[in-house]
Design a protein around this ligand. Structure first.
Ligand SMILES: [Ca+2]
Ligand SMILES: [Ca+2]
Length: 294
């Protein structure tokens, strides 16, 4: 005979089992990113492109959700990185998309959704003053993001006083697409191109004790050797020649910054892809023609 009370008794037990299960089994984080280009280094580069630029940067980090049920973990660099981001122990680490307001609500939401809708863009924006005081927990360069499903992440910034006329933006590669060998197609030796009067490069490591060598002119001379730790960035502040090379003992990410020196204002940023990702074909999006045909 059907006994409805039995079913009701079983419901809380099932819920408790589910909660215990979530506590015991950490999320499988399939993709992670480090926000490149720390604001202090963007300021250094901007200052080389045009003197007297504002040191206070307006940063925007955009995270697009591509898969239903994605949970996003955001680890602030300021208090050190989590030993295991899937098992966070720091109060500053946010978890978005698990329906629990206590461990973080994505900016733009009233409550943390149990399922973040596909196509949602979480926008993290704040001004980052210089010199940087790690006691202020901000959305900024060096922060670590991981998720249970693939994300699209970009970062942009500009000097607050100057405004977006002096902005740059870069798409982020997940650490799985980092590389150990990069070659710059741009350099200050490109002629007839005012935008490459300044060419600099940011290199950021994901692992401690990453040995990095930067060959600023691609000739094997003018080598810069350094060691970067997790989330640490180095800026070659201008002087890069085309064919400049970055090699490393562990995978790193690299971003170019270029600019027309002394003008108000001309600058651009590029995500550099490792040589291992190069191919002989490329794809480009095709718009619709006026007659409706592709
Ligand atoms: Ca942290
Ligand atoms: Ca931060």
């Amino acid at each position: 005979m059907f006994k409805p009370k039995r079913c009701l008794d079983a419901l809380p037990v099932a819920l408790i089992a589910l909660l215990i299960g979530r506590a015991l089994y950490a999320d499988n984080l399939v993709q992670d990113f480090y926000i490149p280009m720390p604001e202090a280094q963007i300021y250094q580069a901007n200052s080389a492109i045009i003197s007297g630029t504002d040191s206070n940067m307006l940063t925007t980090i955009s995270i697009m959700v591509t898969t239903p049920g994605t949970r996003i973990y955001y680890d602030q660099w300021e208090d050190g990185y989590e030993v295991s981001l899937a098992n966070p122990s720091q109060s500053t680490t946010r978890i978005w998309g698990d329906g629990n307001d206590a461990n973080g609500i994505p900016p733009g939401f009233t409550h943390d959704p149990a399922v973040i809708p596909v196509g949602t863009v979480i926008t993290l924006t704040n001004s980052v003053s210089y010199p940087r005081n790690p006691a202020s927990i901000l959305w900024d360069g060096g922060d670590h993001i991981a998720a249970t499903a693939p994300l699209m992440v970009t970062r942009a910034a500009w000097p607050v006083k100057t405004g977006p006329v002096f902005a740059g933006a870069a798409s982020l590669l997940p650490t799985s697409d980092y590389g150990t060998n990069f070659i710059s197609p741009l350099g200050q030796d490109i002629t007839n191109n005012n935008l490459t009067k300044y060419v600099g490069i940011f290199v950021m490591a994901a692992q401690n004790n990453t040995l990095v060598t930067i060959d600023t002119n691609g000739t094997g001379a003018n080598l810069i050797n350094l060691v970067l730790n997790q989330g640490q960035s180095y800026l070659v502040n201008g002087g890069l020649k085309k064919g400049a090379r970055v090699t490393s003992s562990q995978p790193v990410q690299a971003d170019l910054i270029i600019g027309h020196v002394g003008t108000a204002y001309a600058s651009d940023w590029f995500t550099l892809y490792p040589v291992s990702k190069w191919a002989s074909a490329y794809n480009t999006a095709v718009g619709s023609a006026a007659n409706g045909h592709g």
